[in-house]
Design a protein around this ligand. Structure first.
Ligand code: ES4
Ligand code: ZN
Length: 326
C-alpha cells in the first residue's frame, strides 16, 4: 500500500482543531447572503485569495471577521456537521474540538445559540458515522482574565458537554501566567486543561503552561527545542504536543516544510501528534497535513503508524478505549 493510502485509511484522532477555523469560504459566502452580512470580498475565490498570512495576528484578524457570519443555531450546526462529515471521509474516528465562546458572546450570540447547534451535529455524527467527539472551551488570551472567568460561569449549564478548557488567540504578550487563577478554578471543576504555547511564543510560555496552568497537553509547543531542560520534562512526563504542520508553514513559524522539527521531536522521545488547527485557512485538513509532512521529511509507514497511535494515546478518551486503538 502507498503511504498516502495508509494515511487515508488508518483510523486517527484529531486533538487540535478550532471549529471556527473549519469554516469553508463556500459556507462563509452562503451564510453572509443568508444574514445580509457584507463581506469585504466579491466572491468565494476572493475569500480564498485573501488567505496569505505573515504571522499569527494577520490570520486571527481574518478568522474573527469570518466568524461574524455565524448567527443562529442552524449555522453552528452546519459548521460542525460539515467538519464531522469531513472527519468521516478522512477516517478520523475521534476528535476533540476547540470552540471560542468569546468570539460569539462578544457579538451577543450566547451559549444557548451555539451549544445546541454543536451538540446536535455531534450527536448525529455519533449516530450516523460512529464518530466520538469532545468539546474544548478556549479562552481568548488577548482579553482580560476577568472575561475568561465570566465565560466559565456562562458555560455552567453546559459543563457536562465540555471535556477540557483551553487558551488560544494572540500568544506574544499574553503569557499563561495571566490566566493562572481561572485555570485553577477550571481544574477544580474537573475539566482537563490544554493551552497554546510555544507556537510564536518562547519556551518559557510552555514552562508556564505546565507549572502554572497544570496542562494535560500543549497545543503546538514546537519551540520547546530552545530549552534542553524543558525537552527532558516533556519526555519524562510524556506531555503531548498537538503539532499543526500546515499551520506552522502558513503562519511563517517555518519557511519551508523541510524545516519542520516534528520528526526530531519524535526521535527525541516526545509524544507528538499531527493536527490541522484551522484547516480551511491553512490549506488542508488532517490527511493533507500528514501528506505535506511525508512529502518533505523522512517519514515511513512506521512513523505514520506511531503518529496515529500517539493521537489516541494523547486523547482524553477513557483508557480502555485508547487501548483498543493503539
Ligand atoms: C489559532 Cl493557529 C492559532 N493560534 C492561536 N489561536 C488560534 N485560534 C485559532 N487558531
Ligand atoms: Zn490552534
Amino acid at each position: 500500500m502507498s503511504l498516502s493510502s495508509i494515511i487515508n485509511n488508518i483510523p486517527k484522532a484529531e486533538l487540535h482543531l478550532h471549529i471556527e477555523g473549519s469554516l469553508t469560504p463556500e459556507l462563509m459566502w452562503r451564510l453572509a447572503k443568508k444574514h445580509s452580512v457584507t463581506l469585504p470580498y466579491a466572491s468565494v475565490k476572493e475569500i480564498e485569495a485573501a488567505y496569505n498570512f505573515e504571522d499569527l495576528q494577520s490570520f486571527l484578524d481574518l478568522y474573527y471577521a469570518g466568524a461574524g457570519v455565524l448567527r443562529d443555531e442552524e449555522d453552528f450546526f452546519t459548521l460542525m456537521w460539515e467538519y464531522l462529515s469531513r472527519c468521516h471521509k478522512e477516517n478520523i474516528v475521534h476528535t476533540e474540538i476547540m470552540f471560542d465562546p468569546q468570539t460569539h458572546t462578544e457579538r451577543d450570540i450566547g451559549f444557548d445559540v451555539f451549544m445546541p447547534g454543536f451538540l446536535r451535529a455531534m450527536d448525529k455524527a455519533k449516530q450516523e458515522y460512529g464518530i466520538s467527539s469532545y468539546l474544548i472551551m478556549s479562552f481568548l488570551r488577548h482579553l482580560p482574565e476577568s472575561a475568561a472567568f465570566e465565560t466559565l460561569s456562562e458555560a455552567e449549564p453546559y459543563y457536562k458537554h465540555i471535556t477540557a478548557v483551553g487558551l488560544d488567540s494572540s500568544e506574544l504578550g499574553h503569557p499563561p501566567s495571566k490566566f493562572e487563577r481561572v485555570f485553577k478554578k477550571a481544574k477544580s471543576l474537573g475539566f482537563k486543561i490544554v493551552a497554546h504555547a510555544g507556537e510564536e511564543g518562547p519556551a518559557s510560555y510552555i514552562w508556564e503552561a505546565i507549572e502554572l496552568l497544570d496542562v494535560d497537553r500543549i497545543d503546538h509547543g514546537v519551540r520547546c527545542q530552545e530549552d534542553k531542560a524543558l525537552m527532558a520534562l516533556l519526555r519524562e512526563r510524556q506531555i503531548p504536543l498537538t503539532v499543526c504542520p500546515l499551520s506552522n508553514l502558513k503562519l511563517c513559524v517555518i519557511d519551508d516544510m523541510k524545516q519542520h522539527n516534528i520528526v526530531e521531536l519524535l526521535n527525541e522521545g516526545l509524544l507528538v501528534t499531527v493536527n490541522s488547527d484551522d484547516p480551511t485557512y491553512f490549506g488542508g485538513f488532517l490527511n493533507d497535513n500528514f501528506v505535506a509532512l511525508q512529502e518533505s521529511l523522512d517519514i515511513d509507514e512506521d512513523t505514520i503508524r506511531t503518529l496515529a497511535a500517539n493521537s489516541f494515546k494523547s486523547s482524553f478518551l477513557p483508557e480502555d478505549v485508547k487501548r483498543s486503538f493503539v
